[in-house]
Write a protein that binds this ligand. Structure first.
Ligand code: ADP
Ligand code: MG
Length: 210
């Protein structure tokens, strides 16, 4: 089954709820290795997105995602605003003019989001960032689709992988962002951005399973 605009709008709402419910947890994670604002940043950004969403409902998927991205860039002060913002904007550009999203379109959106985060933040896998969750998750998604799994099954596998990778971020040194100031002392702590990114993948899965 393909995804449509309703699914995209539902996804944004579910992601907002997860960020809201977990904002203290995300902030606590950031307290340990950063400046303790990741949950606050993401929640502020998603609240601004939710305020603007009603005016976007009649637009296409690409325009909606672009508006989400621009709102995140302009309302979130931390590094995560421009990074998530670019991810959403690029994901929108990847499906320009489309009303229906196939399994391949969803893969293209994830890849565009990854490319945007890399272009903006110059990080790669293994640097204890949100990329440690989304890159392996996207690979698992692609592999599942190639095996003939449904979008919902592929996203479920991607989410499992993302949680596994969140655990992995505890074992590595941060070399990008604020957490890199801690060097070796960042070991043992879970990356907040990888955690919020896993909520994003979980939100996609929940829409696909509904
Ligand atoms: P700030 O670090 O400015 O306080 P946040 O606390 O909102 O911003 O976000 C921190 C998260 O951003 C980190 O946990 C990490 O996952 C992610 N991050 C930081 N720098 C980069 C980067 N260069 N590339 C990708 N992700 C990054
Ligand atoms: Mg922070």
């Amino acid at each position: 089954m393909a995804a449509n605009k309703e699914h995209v709008l539902q996804f944004i709402q579910i992601f907002d709820k997860k960020i809201e419910e977990n904002h203290q947890y995300l902030t606590d994670l950031d307290q340990a290795i950063g400046d303790g604002d990741h949950g606050i940043n993401m929640d502020r950004g998603m609240k601004a997105v939710m305020e603007k969403l009603p005016a976007q409902q009649d637009k296409g998927i690409d325009a909606i995602l672009k508006a989400v991205g621009m709102t995140l860039v302009s309302t979130v002060g931390g590094a995560s605003g421009p990074l998530y913002g670019t991810a959403f904007m690029r994901a929108g550009m990847a499906v320009k003019g489309k009303d229906e999203l196939s399994a391949e379109d969803i893969s293209a959106m994830l890849q565009a989001a990854i490319d945007g985060i890399i272009a903006r933040g110059k990080a790669t896998v293994g640097e204890k960032t949100m990329l440690d969750a989304i890159i392996p998750a996207k690979e698992v998604y692609d592999a599942a689709i190639a095996e003939g799994k449904s979008i919902a099954e592929a996203l479920a596998a991607a989410e499992d992988k993302a949680w596994e990778r969140v655990e992995y971020t505890k074992t590595i040194i941060a070399t990008k962002g604020r957490a890199s100031y801690l060097g070796e002392r960042s070991i043992g702590h879970q990356d907040p951005g990888a955690t919020s990114m896993t909520y994003l993948i979980q939100s996609m899965k929940e829409v696909a399973q509904a």
